[in-house]
Ligand binder design. Structure first.
Ligand code: NAP
Length: 348
């Protein structure tokens, strides 16, 4: 990838420099676009850091059939407010904020008015139908830009805006200090789930295909580590977990994981596997077990997650890359080589 000048020449320069994929499965290349005017409720943010989520790979490959090209990926964004719309009162120019995948909602429906905008039927997502954070700047609805607590450095805050909230929200809703929690897949989301699980007082078990993650998984918060590729490893864990959180990007032996749940246990899926999930009905019924999904988190959950992360020192373990080396980082992520989140940095 050519290195491009990733800085707008002046704050009045209308072009935003970015990196985009022009069609499905292609590499990123330098790309410029002229954004829409900053609307009354919008802000422009000068991006300093953007985390790299596995969803970026799903979108680049158009796995969901939702991607609009050219695609400027990136939805774990931290930066400084550079412009505010005329009606914005709660954010000021110069303030450090974070933006996750939630790009907007109707803010009027039953879900929005009860603090659950992430499940609004009109919810919009960064970067579907709009440019994302592999760029110098972004313009977004100010209601989805969240002030970052001073205790969280920007490079550690960025992954929290998606990976962090996606695992924090279901854990906050469903677990407590007596929960035996299992986290399946110790990648970007999973290594944060181990930390939140420990901070929430759970007994935490990590389920991983990567033996070399065992030691770090324990440092993140796992009391136990299960090497899932070992013969009989899953069967040996029958009826040991109250709550299983799957962050995995592939199809799993779901019946084996259902068997790992104790009666009335819950399997929560946040990772997006290749295929739909099929489960045997008899153990589901006789064990009164539950299968649930969860999508990122609401605005109030995001604020709560940022405060919780700052207070409990939940920090992603990161690999920093300059923005112009995003293709190299994407390759590492697609090969499960990242330990544990890439954060792209805009050089000043
Ligand atoms: P990631 O960093 O690549 O981590 C995924 C982990 O899954 C890997 O580190 C690996 O962990 C495990 N894994 C990979 N291939 C596997 C296989 N063939 N069999 C079993 N395990 C495998 O990805 P991420 O950024 O954490 O994202 C994870 C998933 O969550 C993605 O599908 C993403 O789109 C989705 N997501 C969902 C939401 C939501 O709101 N629901 C939000 C963000 C992301 P081990 O090495 O430990 O096995």
């Amino acid at each position: 990838m050519q290195k491009s000048n990733m800085v707008k020449s002046t704050d009045t320069d209308p072009h935003i420099n970015a990196f985009a994929v022009m069609s499905a499965g292609q590499r990123l290349e330098p790309y410029q676009y002229v954004p829409k005017e900053v609307g009354p409720l919008e802000v422009e943010v000068r991006i300093s850091h953007c985390g790299m989520c596995h969803t970026d790979i799903h979108l680049i490959n158009d796995d969901f059939g939702l991607t609009t090209f050219p695609l400027v990926p990136g939805h774990e964004i931290v930066g400084v407010v550079s412009q505010t719309g005329s009606a914005v009162q709660h954010l000021q120019a110069g303030q450090r904020v974070g933006i996750g995948p939630l790009g907007g909602a109707c803010f009027l429906c039953e879900q929005c008015t009860t603090g659950r905008e992430n499940i609004c039927s009109q919810a919009q997502y960064v970067p579907i139908g709009r440019e994302g954070g592999y760029a110098t700047h972004i313009r977004v609805d100010s209601r989805v830009a969240f002030p970052i607590p001073d205790a969280l450095p920007s490079e550690f805050a960025a992954p929290l805006l998606c990976a962090g909230i996606t695992v924090f929200a279901p854990l906050q809703r469903h677990v407590n200090g007596a929960t035996r929690l299992g986290v399946i897949g110790i990648g970007g989301l999973g290594h944060l789930a181990l930390q939140y699980g420990r901070a929430m007082g759970c007994h935490v078990t990590a389920f991983s295909t990567s033996l070399d993650k065992a030691e770090e998984a324990k440092e993140f918060g796992a009391d136990e580590f299960v090497a899932t590729k070992e013969q009989g490893a899953l069967a040996a864990r029958a009826s040991t977990c109250d709550f299983l959180l799957s962050t995995v990007t592939a199809d799993l032996p779901w019946a084996d994981y259902l068997n790992i749940l104790k009666p009335e246990g819950t399997l929560c899926v946040v990772g997006i596997p290749n295929s739909d999930i099929s489960l045997p009905v008899i153990p589901l019924i006789f064990g009164q077990k539950t299968l649930i999904g969860s999508i990122i988190g609401s605005g109030s959950e995001t604020k709560s997650m940022l405060e919780f992360s700052a207070r409990h020192q939940v920090r992603p373990k990161i690999e920093l890359f300059p923005m112009h080396e995003a293709n190299t980082a994407l390759e590492r992520l697609s090969k499960n080589q990242v330990r544990y989140r890439v954060v792209l940095v805009n050089e000043a």
